[in-house]
Design a protein. Structure first.
Ligand SMILES: Cc1cc2nc3c(=O)[nH]c(=O)nc-3n(C[C@H](O)[C@H](O)[C@H](O)COP(=O)(O)OP(=O)(O)OC[C@H]3O[C@@H](n4cnc5c(N)ncnc54)[C@H](O)[C@@H]3O)c2cc1C
Length: 465
């Protein structure tokens, strides 16, 4: 049995918030260890946000070049070199790894590469990747083990060895026909990218719309954008069986309202949701409880049900975005120091990085209906934003929800060029509690996308309450 090593804080899993917390505490002289089984820096820079956006950008370049003639530039036949796409992404990851290793060094935090599990209330045993074990005890433990792609229980699916986002981002060749199971954010981003690289792509979604939680008009607009690029989208298509092998020949049989259909392709990507990495980490030892879906139960201060054990990020049900995990870090940092920060009073925006992107913050129309909350809604097609007359980026719209009782902005959705950046302006106004007429009447630089705020907010119906 290895000897126990004592730390102020042990972080299990180097997720996005956990590593920041470790570096912060390390810089303040605390003795901190981080246990990571595979990815220096966690999934975001290694297999999720950064690599996917890196390849999406390559796909956007391919799309622009393919359509260059529309803008007056003649090109020869456009062909994507997936080896170079992959190589560019790998170069970025190498830079990320170097950045992270330097941050560990500068902060004095020890990074242990191995798989950790609780063996006591505040004791973590690490099976080191290089062999051997170490036993760490912390005054506090922070769990930041993240989640992984769910592989649903469909006959033949596991045997078909489908890609998850991890393997899809490792492809250095072009699939001839990529079948994507799941029309959520990950599936939709990848579907558009691979189509733009040159693959035939079919998205299979069991529900009635893509991105099930979005407003129907948002989802429909994205479907239209994909369809115009010849991405096949099957809605209300429930996969019932899979035959063959991804990477060779694979077929998915789907049940649709009009009967069964067989979709044949070369590669199969599963993008049907996430499962928390909480099953095999000995959570019984400290008495950390899970909810019905396997996520760690935390209070709004991010304390688990075990004293001195905190949780951060996707493993405890925080919204599945890096910026949510990063904000969890700020909450735990302050609460560890005796503060009173909470998760239930924060505004978490998100962006789906399709082209054009979808950005959303605050209340959606669907949520307002569910809550029976009276709101005023204004919409503006992107074709009415003057900038798009110059760029031809006319797809999409801006939509704003304003309180029916006063002039507060409650929510904003946008599909359009620079949607994420434009949304940040609205988010700032929401945080500041700025009444919408201030934005409507602001002088916004011509010819920017945000110039659309004038006509958008001018469309807000007058208050009747
Ligand atoms: C394809 C894809 C694209 C995405 N794009 C975006 C985006 O554009 N923007 C955005 O905000 N979010 C995006 N996300 C979501 C984002 O990646 C996550 O929300 C983010 O990484 C936060 O995760 P986390 O902090 O919970 O943990 P993670 O970053 O997942 O880290 C958890 C770490 O714990 C390690 N671990 C697990 N168990 C153990 C164990 N027992 N011992 C040791 N180590 C362990 C794992 O190896 C992993 O490195 C994307 C996700 C995917 C899949």
């Amino acid at each position: 049995m290895s000897q126990t090593e004592q730390f102020d804080v042990v972080v299990l899993g180097s997720g996005q918030g956990g590593k920041l917390l470790a570096w912060h505490l390390g810089r303040f002289g605390k003795k901190v260890a981080v246990v990571e089984r595979r990815w220096i820096g966690g999934s975001c820079p290694a297999v999720a946000c950064l690599p996917s956006k890196n390849e999406l950008w390559s796909a956007r370049i391919a799309h622009l070049v393919r359509n260059a003639a529309q803008f007056g530039t003649q090109t020869d036949t456009v062909k994507t070199n997936m080896g170079r796409v992959h190589g560019r992404k790998e170069d970025m990851i190498d830079r990320e790894i170097a950045f992270h290793l330097n941050a560990y060094k500068q902060s004095g935090v020890e990074l242990l590469m191995g798989t950790g599990r609780f063996v006591g209330p505040k004791a973590i045993q690490v099976a080191l990747n290089d062999g051997g074990t170490r036993l760490l005890e912390g005054d506090s433990i922070v769990i930041n083990v993240g989640s992984r792609a769910a592989v649903p229980d469909i006959p033949g699916l596991k045997a078909a060895r489908p890609l998850t986002h991890i393997e899809a981002l490792e492809l250095d060749y072009l699939p001839s026909h990529l079948i994507v199971l799941g029309g959520g954010y990950v599936g939709v981003e990848m579907a558009q990218a691979y189509r733009r690289f040159g693959s035939q792509v079919t998205v299979i979604e069991p529900g009635p719309q893509l991105m099930g939680r979005e407003d129907a008009d948002v989802s429909e607009e994205i479907r239209g954008i994909l369809s115009r690029e010849a991405v096949g989208v099957l809605l209300n298509a429930k996969p019932v069986s899979v035959d063959g092998l991804s990477g060779d020949a694979v077929a998915v049989t789907v049940r649709t309202p009009s009967g069964d259909r067989k979709i044949e392709g070369s590669e199969l990507l599963v993008a049907t949701g996430r499962v928390a990495n909480t099953a095999a980490i000995g959570l019984d030892e400290p008495g950390v409880e899970l909810d019905a879906r396997g996520f760690i139960r935390v209070n709004e201060r991010l304390e688990t049900t075990a004293p001195g054990v905190w949780a951060i990020g996707e493993c405890c049900g925080s919204p599945q975005f890096t910026h949510a995990s990063v904000d969890d870090f700020r909450i735990v940092r302050d609460n560890m120091a005796g503060g009173a920060r909470r998760t239930d009073d924060r505004l978490i925006p998100y962006v789906m990085f399709t082209d054009p992107p979808l950005a959303h913050v605050g209340l959606s129309e669907r949520e307002a209906e569910r809550l029976d909350m009276p709101v005023r809604i204004a919409k503006l097609p992107m074709s009415n934003v003057l900038r798009t007359a110059a760029t031809d980026e006319t797809a999409g719209f801006m939509k704003v929800l304003v309180s029916a009782e006063d002039d507060r902005i409650l929510g904003f959705s946008m599909i359009g060029s620079e949607a994420g950046e434009v949304m940040a302006v609205i988010q700032t106004a929401m945080i500041a509690g700025m009444p919408y007429p201030k934005l409507r009447d602001a002088v916004i630089a011509h010819l920017t996308v945000s110039e659309g705020f004038g006509p958008l907010f001018a469309n807000v119906p007058a208050r009747s309450m």
